[in-house]
Ligand binder design. Structure first.
Ligand SMILES: N[C@H](CCC[C@H](N)C(=O)O)C(=O)O
Length: 293
């Protein structure tokens, strides 16, 4: 007999948020935290591939769940906007609440139903302090907008900020002109970002409309990234390029972002879709028998 993994047969929802491939696994009531190896193994299976895996755990602080967020390389992130909408849908179905509070390693966030398959997430305030992004060292951010990257000549100008995870936003005249596969990996691992970074190429069409493509830390190019849309909108607003409400178009769909003046929180609204429900295989990561003879 081989030892069964605690995740063998575990149910999951395969969803997407504006095309961002999301897996939701409800592990509340179970005493198991997914390891990096397990996350990579789940991502490698045909039915359960993902950009981000949202694992729900019991909340110690009275929230609806504590949320752990994994990239498909096994690394963890403090935030995922598209995945949070998917989790809100999952918790809200079958008569569940229309508004949920979710704890993450980066703090609590609240998601609220905006339509049958649409949710608004209060992503909290953006972070500009270099220690919170985090950056390797302080940067000259007097005007609140610019970051220079030694060794790399940006095609436009760039901003660095945190949305519960690190973001580099490059404002370019034509986002199609920059190959994500060329620039993404190098910028993700630029020494200015000790925990790596998500990388956005943003083209501002007008004060209310931005085109965006994203190379995600730990996941590569994705069809949409919610926190990147928030970071990009905030950076554009700080640069005086946009008003407080911005429509962000990504290859997989459209997100609405508002940087609320009253409390400085960033609100993101967008779609969710359930693709299928399934279970991990019964022999998921079954350990080889100690004595195979
Ligand atoms: N796709 C996610 C972000 C994942 C972030 C992750 N790639 C990281 O920070 O490591 C979103 O919708 O916000």
């Amino acid at each position: 007999m081989s030892a069964a993994s605690p995740l063998a047969g575990a149910p999951f929802l395969k969803m997407n948020g504006a095309g961002n491939q999301i897996l939701v696994m409800d592990l509340r009531g179970r005493d198991h935290v997914i390891t990096a190896d397990e996350a990579r193994a789940i991502a490698g299976l045909p039915r359960s591939g993902f950009d981000q895996l949202m694992a729900l755990h019991d909340s110690a602080g009275g929230a609806d769940a504590f949320m752990r967020i994994y990239n498909n390389d096994g690394s963890e992130s403090g935030a995922c906007g598209n995945g949070t909408r998917c989790v809100a849908w999952a918790l809200g179905r079958d008569g569940g609440p229309d508004r949920v509070t979710l704890e993450t390693s980066a703090g609590p966030i609240v998601a609220e139903r905006a339509g049958e398959f649409s949710f608004t997430v209060d992503m909290g305030p953006p972070r500009f302090d270099w220690r919170e992004i985090p950056l390797a060292h302080a940067i000259d951010d007097d005007d609140g907008v610019d970051v220079t990257l030694p060794g790399w000549t940006p095609p436009g100008t760039a901003s660095a900020l945190g949305m519960g995870n690190p973001h580099l936003v490059c404002f370019v005249p034509d986002q199609q002109a920059y190959d994500l596969a060329t620039h993404g990996p190098a910028l993700e691992r630029h020494p200015l970002f000790p925990q790596r970074t998500n990388v956005s190429f943003a083209q501002v069409l007008d004060r209310g409309h931005i085109l965006l493509r994203v190379w995600e830390r730990g996941a590569g190019p994705t069809l949409a990234c919610g926190t990147a849309a928030c970071a990009t909108a905030v950076a554009a607003i700080r640069r005086g390029l946009a008003g407080r409400r911005v429509t962000v178009d990504l290859p997989g769909g459209r997100l609405g972002v508002e940087w609320r003046e009253s409390d400085g929180h960033v609100l993101m609204t967008g779609p969710v879709e359930l693709e299928w429900e399934d279970r991990l295989p019964a022999d998921f990561m079954a350990a080889a028998p100690a004595d195979a003879g």
